[in-house]
Design a protein around this ligand. Structure first.
Ligand code: GRF
Length: 202
């Protein structure tokens, strides 16, 4: 059983999807710690309700990025975490976290990478006029939204979509895609080979 740490900054619906999957026995892993960089993140409440331990590490307590990440990495290590999931974690990671958890950090991004990196990806997609967007899970390296891609799910863009309406439809797919990705990791089916992720099917 893999031990999972989830990092959040806000609402936490992706965290909730993982909690629900775990409860239904669909995840051969256990969320052992949730860390938020925002003390008022709604996701913290979701974790507490599910009986999962929480920690808050803010910019005010750790203004230097490396110090902040060291604190987070130490918390994750103290819970012997095998996998770190960034579920709406609105911080760019430094080498301190990336090196300590190499190929063990997964992010979910609300666009088909490498298109529309960064914030407001759904609004970027609508404004660009693409017909298809979606979501991507990937391993995290030092470049933002750029690590090896694990899974992608397409979502069609309608002519009258706004950033918000597209975000709602992508979010529903994010939840499923993230659960599938975490399950693959927990089943030891993912291998990183350069830019590519090999998925063992059996
Ligand atoms: C999601 O759209 C995720 O892809 C992005 O931030 C949002 C977080 O939503 N990185 P939630 O906190 O999981 O509800």
């Amino acid at each position: 059983m893999k031990r999972i740490g989830v990092l959040i900054s806000g609402r936490g619906t992706n965290l909730q999807a993982l909690i629900d999957a775990q409860k239904k026995g669909e995840l051969p892993g256990q969320i052992v710690i949730v860390v938020s960089n925002k003390s008022n993140a709604q996701g913290l409440e979701r974790a507490r309700k599910a009986g999962i331990k929480t920690e808050i590490v803010t910019k005010i307590d750790f203004p230097e990025r490396e110090d902040h990440d060291k604190r987070v990495a130490d918390i994750l290590d103290s819970h012997q975490v095998d996998l770190v999931v960034l579920a709406g974690y609105m911080r760019i990671l430094t080498h301190v976290l990336v090196d300590r958890f190499k190929n063990r950090i997964i992010n979910i991004h609300p666009a088909l990478l490498p298109a529309f990196k960064g914030v407001d990806a759904q609004k970027q997609a609508v404004e660009y006029g693409v017909r298809i967007s979606g979501c991507t899970t990937h391993f995290v390296d030092l470049d933002t939204d750029a690590g090896p891609i694990i899974l992608q799910t397409p979502v069609p863009v309608a002519g009258n979509d706004t950033g918000e309406s597209l975000a709602d439809r992508i979010l529903a797919e994010e939840h499923k895609t993230l659960v599938r990705t975490v399950r693959l990791f927990c089943e030891d089916r993912l291998t990183v080979d350069g830019r590519k992720v090999i998925i063992r099917e059996d």
